[in-house]
Design a protein. Sequence first.
Length: 352
Amino acid sequence: MNLYKDIRLTIIFFTLTVLLIFSIIYTISIGSTPISSKTVFGILVDKIFLDGKGLKEGIWAMPDFQIVWNIRLPRVLFGLICGMGLSVCGVVMQSLVMNSIADPYILGISSGASAGASFALLIPLPFFQGQYQTSIIAMVGAFIASFMVYYMAKITGGGRIHPVSLLLSGTSINALMSAITNFLIFIAKSPESISAVYNWQMGTVASASWNNIRLPFFTVFMGLMIFIVFSPKLNMLMLGDEYAYAMGVNVKRFRFIMFFVCSLIVASLVSVTGIIGFVGLVIPHIVRLFVKSSNNRVVIPLSAILGSIYLIWSDALARSLFSIAELPIGIITAFIGAPCLLYLMIKRKFGG
């Protein structure tokens, strides 16, 4: 039975990995200037493995190379990183609070990061500069929101975290952080900054470039490695705090570290993309449905791959659905995620 299960998981992992590679190449070919997948593949191989030899020999047209390498590839890779980060954070947060509808968006972390980033974008600050300033202030907002939700849920739940108290706490903090963001927009003086924040709040990976992809890339992959290493402890925590204590886990410290890493990942992503909701909610449930297991050692890496695929294609849909304008990716994920949340609440009778 274990052999069959291992073979099945290997097939799922291999299939998703192949689908991810295909998705990267194919979605790069999608855009206002169509470029064949064969050309995209050739340019990527030439640049990565041959140091641009084909470009120097005139095999590839310079406009095609610029579009593929400097415009679309960073965008697709950022979609990959964003989908990966939000998905694994969803898995971890669901384990930390023992609630299957927890994710960075519902629990207010995304809104907290959004409020922090809006503060950095709309109000001149004397420290740090550029993208790092936005990322750091977004991080602070994410930390504040996550711990407010956690402790509010614990207080209202009489020392324990219950689904209803968690949802109500997340809803409250979401509303508070949204109010802060709207207030900052109200008092801002620059129309350009206000317009940028409005567009940014709906979520997009259009601003991705080789320059601003580095920090999110680092935080997401470091976070992913940390989550995989500590997945056995996350499994213990899912069985209850008492069981985790009995197995030698310092629950308070461990939960703090995991919340810290989640906030770090979400803040680094939100500071570039804006709010992209429900990814961390939908993807882990799909993975658990396929693998028929809640083992985080399996669910975390598979969620990382499936989340990447999901957001890559969501972005491709966002930029190709309407020819006259690009649809914010946050709208697409909300259209998909909100019904999924309602379905889960009805199906599993969350709230009791």
